[in-house]
Design a protein around this ligand. Structure first.
Ligand code: HPA
Ligand code: ZN
Length: 347
């Protein structure tokens, strides 16, 4: 009989909440920083990893932005993205929707097109060589003002074909979604899908604003929505996907303990939840480790794990045919695993 880890590993799945800058493993950070002559504030890989103890989102962001400073050339963005894609290929990830933070790079003089071209070439190679499809979503940094986000949207128009959506990330507290009303309105008018981080540390009102002011198609995180029963009812009624990130929530102290994670409650409330890794190089696990952590801590059934994988395809930006093909593969995998269990029981 397959154990839970093998079952999770066998499931075809999509990852919908992943910051590419958050996949920069310490070893690659040192390699890239060295070849670019960028000094790092840590003497070794071990010292850097030892700094990954965070008490909140801002603690993490300070280190995450410092690490991103190593990225300068197109090949840095290629190598970063390719390393992530190879890892998740081994985890049976079939589709990825990747966030990047253009302002983190353009602020340092790295051209927008260099970033998008480096990431984009890796995505093309993954489609051809690994069978992983993808979409790219650019996030506005919410600690900056809307005028800078509008400039970023203008810069993105030169790479319009490469970018499917816009998102909102960085320091949530004190930076409500409504601050970005106009830039999201223009982005939606230009055909970008809108998503936003909300309810990670911010209150339920930020989730309402993301829905009603930014008109997002998905909420990234959304944990604190559970504090407002009317909001839960609305999310369920509208079937808004929530891209939940269990190990991120643990590392950033959004939950005190993984056994207190709300994912099971979210499922029981009928919310359209998915499981994702957020910034795996910093939070101690890629997507499969996130599934396994909640499966073990919350006692999720195989049917619930399969539902999470199904949700990941249904909540994606793929077209209907591509979704159906991947869900058919998922169903076949689940049926084969079930048969193994039955044969085992019968013998
Ligand atoms: N929240 C907000 N901003 C981020 C995150 C996150 O989890 N990861 C990278 N930028
Ligand atoms: Zn995130």
């Amino acid at each position: 009989m397959t154990n839970i880890a093998d079952f999770v590993a066998a499931l075809p799945k999509a990852e919908l909440h992943l910051h590419i800058e958050g996949t920069l493993e310490p070893e690659l950070m040192f390699t890239i920083a060295e070849r670019n002559g960028v000094p790092l504030p840590y003497a070794s890989v071990e010292e850097l990893r030892a700094a990954y103890e965070f008490s909140n989102l801002q603690d993490f962001l300070d280190i995450y932005y410092a690490g991103a400073n190593a990225l300068i050339e197109g090949r840095d963005f290629y190598d970063l993205t390719w390393a992530y894609l190879e890892r998740v290929h081994a985890q049976n990830v079939r589709h990825v929707e990747i966030f990047f933070d253009p302002q983190t790079h353009t602020e340092r003089g790295v051209p927008f097109a260099v970033v998008v071209d480096g990431i984009g070439r890796a995505l093309d190679d993954a489609e051809a060589g690994l069978g992983i499809s993808s979409r790219l979503i650019m996030c506005f940094l919410r600690h900056l003002d809307e005028a800078e986000a509008l400039e970023t949207l203008d810069a993105a128009m030169a790479c319009r074909d490469r970018i499917a959506g816009v998102g909102l990330d960085s320091s949530e507290r004190g930076n409500p979604p409504g601050k970005f009303r106009e830039v999201f309105r223009r982005a939606r008018a230009a055909g970008f899908t809108a998503v936003a981080h909300a309810g990670e540390e911010g209150p339920p009102d930020y989730v309402w604003e993301a829905l009603n002011v930014l008109e997002v198609a998905r909420i990234d995180h959304g944990n604190r929505a559970l504090e407002d029963p009317d909001l839960v009812a609305e999310l369920a009624r509208r079937r808004v996907p929530l891209t939940v990130c269990p190990l991120s929530n643990l590392k950033l102290c959004v939950v005190d303990d993984i056994t207190a994670h709300p994912l099971k409650r979210m499922l029981d409330l009928g919310l359209f939840v998915t499981v994702n890794s957020d910034d795996p190089a910093y939070f101690g696990g890629y997507v499969n480790e996130n599934y396994i952590a909640v499966a073990e801590a919350l006692g999720l059934s195989r049917a619930e794990l399969a539902q999470l994988a199904r949700n990941s395809f249904e909540a994606s930006l793929l077209d209907t045919d591509a979704k159906s093909a991947l869900i058919a593969e998922l169903d076949a995998t689940v049926a084969a695993a079930q048969e193994k269990i039955c044969n085992f029981s019968a013998n």
